[in-house]
Design a protein around this ligand. Structure first.
Ligand code: BGC
Length: 733
C-alpha cells in the first residue's frame, strides 16, 4: 500500500516537472506567432531593460536582455561588403585577422545591370557574409536619389530614377533577409548631398517627395519588407530626419505600415523629446559634447538613455511609446538572431567571388565605341599601354563607412596582365592622387609633369592605350562627409588624356567612379567605358569586357551632363544646391535626371539608360492589346527585339511614358518598366511587358492622392532615354 502511494506520488511529480520543463516561455517558443512572442517578452522586461534596448552600448551594437536570453543587436556596414570589426568604443580597427570580406561592386554598378535577378544574387551573397559574421543588421542598401553629380555618396546609391531604384532594391533586401539578417534601408530621407549633411534643411514639394525621393524607400518597405530603416542626418522641413514626424511617424510607420525598427544614423539624434516622440527606435553613434564629458558610461548619456528613463519615471513620457519601440526591436530580433530558421551563412566563398564578378561584368557600361575599338582580342596587339593610377589603386578602401577590408582585390592592371600576358602590357602611372585618404591636405611633392611625360612616352611606343582613371574614394571625390568640388576629373587627368590621345589615337578611356564626370576629351578618343567601383573582382571583370570574353550590357543609372550647369538642381544656383548652409530648396522639383534633360531639351553627354554592346539590337512591331484603357487596367505591351549583330548579347529595353496633355507639369519621359533579355546571334524575340495604368499617376499635392489623368499617353520603348526606337499611343479614359 505504502509502495503504491509512493509510486502514484512519483508519477504525479514526474508528470508535473515534465510539464513545467515543456512549458517554455512563449517568447522562446518558435512555434508561436512572432507578435505573441513580442508581447510576452515585453511583459517580462523591466523599464530599465526596455530603455537599454533603445540606444547603443558600443559603436555598432545595442543591448539585448541577458537575463531573458535575448541577444544584443549587432549592426555593420554595408552596403558593398561586411565592414571589418571595429573597437567597442571607437572607429578604430579591432585588428581581427578573420574578417576580410568579399567586396561586391558598388550599388551604382548593381543598378547599371538593370537586372533584378542580380540584385537578388547580390543581396543573398552579402546577406550570407553578414550572417556568417553573426550580424543582426546590415546597414544598407542606400536608395537616395542621384540629384547632382557632386554628391560624395552617389556611388552607394542606385541612381537617379525612382522606378529603377525600386526594382533593384526589393530583391537586394529579400536576398539579405533570407539569411536572417535585417537590411537597413538608408538614408531616410532627402539625404542627397554630403555637404552640410548634419544640418542642412531640405525643402521640397510633396510631388518631388512622393514621385522622386520616396518611391524606392516605399518599395523597400512594402515589397521588400525591410526589417529596418536608417534615418538620415539632414533636416526635412525643419526637423532632423532621425526624429521627423512627417517622414517617420506619418509616412513610414503610418501610411506604409512599417513594422520594423528605425535606427538613427550615427550621431543623427539631437534631442530627447523629439527622439522619443518622432519616430526613432534605436539611437546610434551619438557623440555630442555631453557624451564626451561623461565619466562612467558614455552610452548612459545618449538622448534615449538615462534622460529617457528618468523622463518616463517622472511621468514626462508615456511608457506606451517605449513599448512600441521595444516591440519593434524584439520583432526584428525574432526575425533574425532568434529565428529558428536562420541559416548559417558563408564567408568569402568561391560563389561570392563569382557573384561579385558577374554583377561587375553586367554593370560595366560601354559609353562610346567608335570603329569597334573594343573588344581588344587577346593577341591582337603586341604592346598595350595601361596608364592611370586607378589601374593599380585599391578602390575598396576609402569612401567612408562603406570602406572594406577585402579578402582580395584584383586590380585592373592585374586583370589585364592575366588576360593578355605580362609581356604585352606596359604600365605607367600618368598621374597621382594629391591628397591622403580622408585629408584635404594637398601633397605638393608630386611631380605632375614628370608623371605625364613618362606616360606620354609609354603611349607613343604602344600599339594601343588603355587609360584607367576616374575618381577615387578620397575626401571630396566619391566619399562620405564632403561633396566633390569639381565636375572635371581631378589630379590633372583631363590634361593627361589630351596629351595621350595626341601621341596615340588608338586610346580607350576607362573611368572608375560612382559619379558622372566632365569629358572635355570626349570627341578625341574612340572609346569610353564607365567601370564603376567593382570590388574584389574588378580586374577580372574589366579584362573580360575589354577583351570580349563578356559582351557588355550595362546601362547608365544616371545621366552624364555635358557641363555641370546642365544638371537641374545645379542650374538654379546655390539656393537649390548646396543651399546657403542652413536651407536648401529643391527648385528643379520633380525634374531630376533625365526628366530634366528631356523636358528642358538639353542634350546630355550620355543619357540615362545608355550603354552599348558589341552586338546590335533592332526593335520592331511595338503594339498594345487595346488602344483605350481604364485606371485599373494593365496595358499589355509587346514588341520584337532582334539581335542583329554578330555576337550573343543582352539588351535592357526601357519603357517610358509621356502624357501628351496634363493639368500639371509632367516630365517628358518617366521610366515605367525595363526588361533585360539575352539574345543569341540572330535571335528575334517577342517581349511582353505588362504596365499597370495606375503607375502612370502623378501625386496631386492638393488632394494628397495619386491621380491618373485621362487623356492620351505615348509609350516609348528605347535602348536608352535618348534612343527611343518604338512608340505606341494609348488613351486613358
Ligand atoms: C553613415 C551610415 C553608416 C554609419 C555607420 C554613418 O556615418 O552615414 O551610412 O551606416 O555611419 O558606419
Amino acid at each position: 500500500m505504502k509502495n503504491l502511494k509512493t509510486l502514484i506520488v512519483s508519477i504525479l511529480l514526474i508528470g508535473f516537472s515534465v510539464n513545467v520543463l515543456a512549458q517554455k516561455p512563449i517568447y522562446l517558443d518558435n512555434n508561436q506567432p512572432i507578435e505573441k512572442r513580442v508581447q510576452n517578452a515585453l511583459s517580462l522586461m523591466t523599464l530599465e531593460e526596455k530603455v537599454a534596448m533603445c540606444h547603443a552600448q558600443s559603436t555598432f551594437s545595442s543591448k539585448g536582455v541577458p537575463r531573458l536570453g535575448i541577444p544584443e543587436v549587432w549592426m555593420d556596414d554595408g552596403p558593398h561588403g561586411i565592414r571589418e570589426e571595429l573597437l567597442w568604443d571607437s572607429w578604430g580597427s579591432a585588428k581581427f585577422t578573420n574578417d576580410s570580406c568579399t567586396a561586391f561592386p558598388a550599388l551604382t554598378c548593381l543598378s547599371a545591370t538593370f537586372n533584378p535577378e542580380l540584385a537578388l544574387l547580390y543581396g543573398k551573397s552579402i546577406g550570407e557574409e553578414a550572417r556568417y559574421r553573426n550580424k543582426t543588421v546590415l546597414l544598407g542598401p542606400g536608395v537616395n536619389i542621384y540629384r547632382t553629380p557632386l554628391n560624395g555618396r552617389n556611388f552607394e546609391y542606385m541612381g537617379e530614377d525612382p522606378y529603377l531604384s525600386s526594382r533593384m532594391v526589393v530583391p537586394y533586401i529579400q536576398g539579405v533577409q533570407q539569411n536572417g539578417v535585417a537590411a537597413c534601408v538608408k538614408h531616410f530621407a532627402m539625404n542627397n548631398q554630403e555637404k552640410w549633411r548634419g544640418h542642412i534643411n531640405v525643402n521640397a514639394s510633396d510631388r518631388a517627395l512622393r514621385e522622386i525621393y520616396l518611391p524606392a524607400f516605399k518599395a523597400a518597405v512594402q515589397e521588400g519588407r525591410a526589417w529596418s530603416v536608417m534615418g538620415s542626418y539632414n533636416q526635412f522641413r525643419g526637423e532632423h530626419c532621425c526624429h521627423n514626424d512627417l517622414l517617420l511617424n506619418k509616412i513610414l510607420k503610418g501610411e506604409w505600415n512599417f513594422d520594423g525598427v528605425v535606427i538613427s544614423d550615427w550621431g543623427g539624434v539631437h534631442n530627447t523629446d523629439q527622439a522619443v516622440s518622432k519616430g526613432l527606435d534605436i539611437e546610434m553613434g551619438t557623440n555630442s559634447a555631453r557624451v564626451k564629458q561623461s565619466v562612467k558610461n558614455k552610452y548612459d548619456e545618449y538622448y534615449l538613455a538615462n534622460s529617457y528613463l528618468n523622463g518616463i519615471k517622472a511621468g514626462k513620457y508615456d511608457e506606451k511609446l517605449l513599448d512600441d519601440k521595444v516591440s519593434r526591436i524584439l520583432r526584428m530580433i525574432f526575425r533574425t538572431t532568434m529565428s529558428a530558421d536562420r541559416p548559417y551563412g558563408k564567408f568569402v566563398s568561391p560563389e561570392h567571388s563569382d557573384a561579385a564578378r558577374r554583377i561587375a561584368e553586367e554593370g560595366i557600361v560601354l559609353l562610346k565605341n567608335d570603329k569597334q575599338f573594343l573588344p581588344i582580342q587577346v593577341g591582337k596587339y603586341k604592346t598595350i599601354a595601361v596608364i592611370g593610377e586607378n589601374a593599380t589603386r585599391s578602390l575598396t578602401v576609402g569612401g567612408g563607412s562603406s570602406q572594406l577590408k577585402a579578402n582580395y582585390e584584383v586590380s585592373p592592371l592585374a586583370g589585364l596582365i592575366k588576360k593578355y600576358g605580362k609581356e604585352h602590357i606596359v604600365y605607367s602611372k600618368g598621374y597621382e592622387t594629391n591628397t591622403e585618404m580622408y585629408s584635404k591636405k594637398i601633397n605638393t611633392k608630386i611631380n605632375v609633369d614628370s608623371l605625364l611625360n613618362a606616360a606620354v612616352e609609354v603611349a607613343k611606343q604602344a600599339d594601343v592605350v588603355l587609360f584607367i582613371g576616374g575618381l577615387n574614394k578620397n575626401t571630396m571625390q566619391d566619399s562620405e562627409g564632403e561633396d566633390r568640388v569639381a565636375y572635371n576629373l581631378p589630379f590633372g587627368q583631363d590634361r593627361l588624356i589630351s596629351a595621350l590621345q595626341k601621341v596615340n589615337k588608338n586610346i580607350g578611356v576607362i573611368i572608375l567612379s560612382g559619379n558622372a564626370v566632365a569629358m572635355p576629351w570626349q570627341t578625341d578618343v574612340p572609346s569610353i567605358m564607365e567601370g564603376w567601383y567593382l570590388g574584389s573582382e574588378a580586374g577580372n571583370a574589366l579584362a573580360n569586357v575589354i577583351s570580349g570574353t563578356v559582351n557588355p550590357s550595362g546601362k547608365l543609372p544616371f545621366s552624364f551632363p555635358k557641363k555641370l550647369e546642365d544638371n537641374g538642381a545645379i542650374s538654379f544656383g546655390n539656393e537649390s544646391y548646396p543651399g546657403d548652409s542652413i536651407n536648401e530648396n529643391y527648385k528643379e522639383d520633380i525634374l531630376v535626371g533625365y526628366r530634366w534633360f528631356d523636358t528642358k531639351k538639353i542634350a546630355p553627354q550620355f543619357a540615362f539608360g545608355h550603354g552599348l554592346s558589341y552586338t546590335t539590337f533592332e526593335y520592331s512591331n511595338a503594339t498594345t492589346d487595346k488602344t483605350n484603357y481604364k485606371e485599373n487596367d494593365l496595358v499589355k505591351l509587346t514588341f520584337n527585339l532582334k539581335n542583329s549583330g554578330k555576337l550573343k548579347g543582352a539588351e535592357a529595353s526601357q519603357v517610358y511614358i509621356t502624357q501628351i496633355k496634363s493639368s500639371v507639369l509632367r516630365p517628358a519621359k518617366e521610366l515605367k518598366a525595363f526588361f533585360k533579355a539575352t539574345l543569341e546571334l540572330g535571335e528575334n524575340r517577342l517581349i511582353t511587358i505588362n504596365l499597370p495604368v495606375k503607375d502612370w499617376a502623378f501625386f496631386n499635392d492638393k488632394t494628397q492622392k495619386w491621380d491618373v489623368e485621362p487623356g492620351k499617353f505615348t509609350i516609348q520603348i528605347g535602348s536608352s532615354s535618348a534612343d527611343i526606337r518604338q512608340k505606341v499611343s494609348v488613351v486613358i479614359e
